[in-house]
Design a protein. Sequence first.
Length: 169
Amino acid sequence: MSANLVALWYLAASVCFILALKGLSSPESARRGNVFGIAGMTIAVVTTLAIVARGRLDLILIAMVIGGMIGSFVSRRVEMTQMPELVAAMHSLVGMAAVLIAVAVVNNPGAFGEHDPLPRGNRFELFIGSFVGAVTFSGSVIAFGKLAGLGKKFACSPARRWCSGGSIR
């Protein structure tokens, strides 16, 4: 697949994602938004698989099946009132994935089809990606803790010098 065709397919997926977000903004258009989101993700996954078809496609499909099974298990066990915590937890995994991918590319650029040593622009891009991923990870972990009510366990009282978690203010 040519680079222009890949870019075109990813552009189509991006447009679908934007339309999905627009559709999910109101209950009347939520079904249409979900359809656009499914279409965009399908286009993105199929395009990505077409790019890496030269590699170990079997390992990718096995990982997708395992991830789907874990996601299905978690989604059946989570109550509707716990959805914000679940979303925060999943966002933290996305942030950590961005950091780990950036570290892996810097560590072994040849495995990702990059020149060794990495050009300055690629290093800057990986730095930004790892920075945003780290901020996403830490912010999502904090959001998960707040939504799950874990902050009350270690809350500080203004009248006391010691916090209930045992640390000094």
